[in-house]
Ligand binder design. Structure first.
Ligand code: SF4
Length: 449
């Protein structure tokens, strides 16, 4: 055994998958995961710089590792992900207890970088940019997939859109798509090992161009036996083609949920954000998606307090939220990301005003989510069971195809199975249910308590 490794992950699903991949390749080389920082011989901080909060949290946690290094000088500390790409060797200048800085395109080199560090003693910094395919192609070992019946697959990386507030194109690079043969093969292998749900990932997933179009890729995965559900994120409204919208009506495994960030309800702010669509075209997309799949659920991202967002622009954002009626909204106060276009704009909305707007917007959304959840009481949904409920060990939880979390009483052996659950209670962010009666001939799992 080479030693114990602990990875901390910040930010999005893309980073979760990158951590699963690093655990997998390190374990193949003889590293064992640990939860104990004292025991760890290698600690990796897989960072995110998309939002100020995640950025600050990661930096402060790197600082907190200093005493561990002091007590155990052989401990190797590595920083990977977006902050590593953005800051490079500056990280080591500011925090000399860091040994390795590995950029977003060099993830596959983690084992080599650790060996180099052990052999050479000096810090290892590799933020070369351009070729990310080897990292994208790493298939995580099922032991590190959480949950094991859902496989995340990177199909592309990077972004060409340059939204004015966003750091992603600078730290992940321009769009690069994987070849579709490799993706479909990976999905098949997952299906053979018992995976039920395939989750396709990319910063701008619906602009995928790896030899076939994104809708064609969805159709290929829909044809794989054993797969029950397909999801993807994150989509850009400007890349929602009619063909992709039609998939929601024609592909039975494609879940009736889409995450479609709108960011602002004001055309003027959308222009300042360089989002390349208007409020009207966004609402038209929502309408078309509802026509293709009447029970489709929506989630989205929204920013409040972007430079130039006056009362009228903010009001238009609230109106859009009331009109669409999202199931779930990820809402953020605007924070300057150094190096982006928007960093040169005057941060014109006062911090207190941003907080006020965010609180109001979140309360509007909470009421909508609760109304939607209440409308589901009494109905029965197929729920793919993900794990044991945090608050009650006699309960398990899972997701409907609309991506709503459902808790219900049931044995742990249901994890990884799809069960019909009748909804009995609506909660602010989830549903509570009970298992529906088993009908003979039903393809889903009956409960035998
Ligand atoms: S589409 Fe815009 S917000 Fe999304 S990753 Fe690209 S630049 Fe960032």
């Amino acid at each position: 055994m080479k030693g114990y490794v602990k990875i901390f992950t910040y930010g999005c699903q893309m980073n979760d998958l990158d951590s699963q991949k690093m655990y997998s390749i390190l374990s193949r080389e003889g590293w064992e995961p640990t939860e104990s920082l004292k025991e760890a011989d290698l600690i990796i901080l897989n960072t995110c710089s998309v939002r100020q909060k995640a950025y600050e949290k990661a930096l402060s946690n790197i600082g907190r590792l200093r005493p561990y290094k002091k007590r155990k000088p052989s401990l190797i500390i590595a920083v990977t992900g977006c902050i590593a790409q953005q800051k490079g060797s500056d990280i080591i200048s500011r925090m000399p207890h860091v040994d390795i800085v590995l950029g977003t395109h060099q993830l596959h080199r983690i084992c080599t970088a650790v060996e180099e560090k052990r052999e050479e003693n000096g810090p290892v910094v590799d933020t070369r940019f351009g070729e990310c395919i080897p990292s994208l192609k790493i298939v995580p070992h099922q032991a590190f997939m959480v949950p094991t019946h859902r496989a995340y697959i990177n199909i592309m990386q990077g972004c060409n859109n340059y939204c004015s507030y966003c750091i992603v194109p600078y730290v992940r690079g321009r769009e690069i798509s994987r070849d579709h043969f490799g993706i479909v093969e990976e999905a098949r292998r997952h299906a053979d090992s018992g995976v039920r749900e395939i989750f396709l990932l990319g910063q701008n997933v619906n602009s995928y161009s790896g030899g076939i179009s994104f809708p064609e890729l969805l159709r290929c995965i829909n044809d794989i036996g054993g797969i029950e559900r397909i999801r993807f994120t994150t989509s850009h409204p400007k890349d929602m083609s009619d063909d992709l919208i039609a998939c929601f009506g024609s592909l039975e495994k494609l879940c009736n949920h889409i995450h479609l960030p709108f960011q602002s309800g004001s055309d003027r702010v959308l222009r300042l954000m360089n989002r390349q669509y208007t409020r009207e075209t966004y609402l038209e997309l929502i309408e078309k998606l509802r026509q293709a799949r009447p029970d489709i659920a929506f989630s989205a991202d929204v920013i409040v307090g972007f430079p130039g967002e006056d009362d009228e622009a903010y009001r238009q954002t609230l109106e859009l939220i009331r009109e669409v009626r999202f199931d779930l909204l990820y809402s953020f106060r605007y924070s300057i990301r150094p190096g982006t276009e928007a960093a040169s704009l005057e941060d014109s909305v006062a911090p207190e005003e941003k907080s006020l707007r965010l609180r109001e917007l979140q309360s509007v959304q909470r009421a909508i989510t609760l109304e939607i959840n209440r409308s589901r009481v009494g109905l029965t949904y197929p729920v793919l069971v993900d794990g044991v409920s945090v608050r009650n060990a006699e309960q398990v939880y899972g997701r409907t195809t609309q991506n709503t979390i459902v808790n219900f009483t049931g044995p742990h052996r249901l994890i990884g199975r799809t069960v019909d659950v009748r909804i009995t209670r609506a909660n602010p962010n989830s549903l509570t249910g009970e298992t529906a009666e088993y009908e003979p001939g039903h393809t889903r799992l009956p409960i035998q308590v």
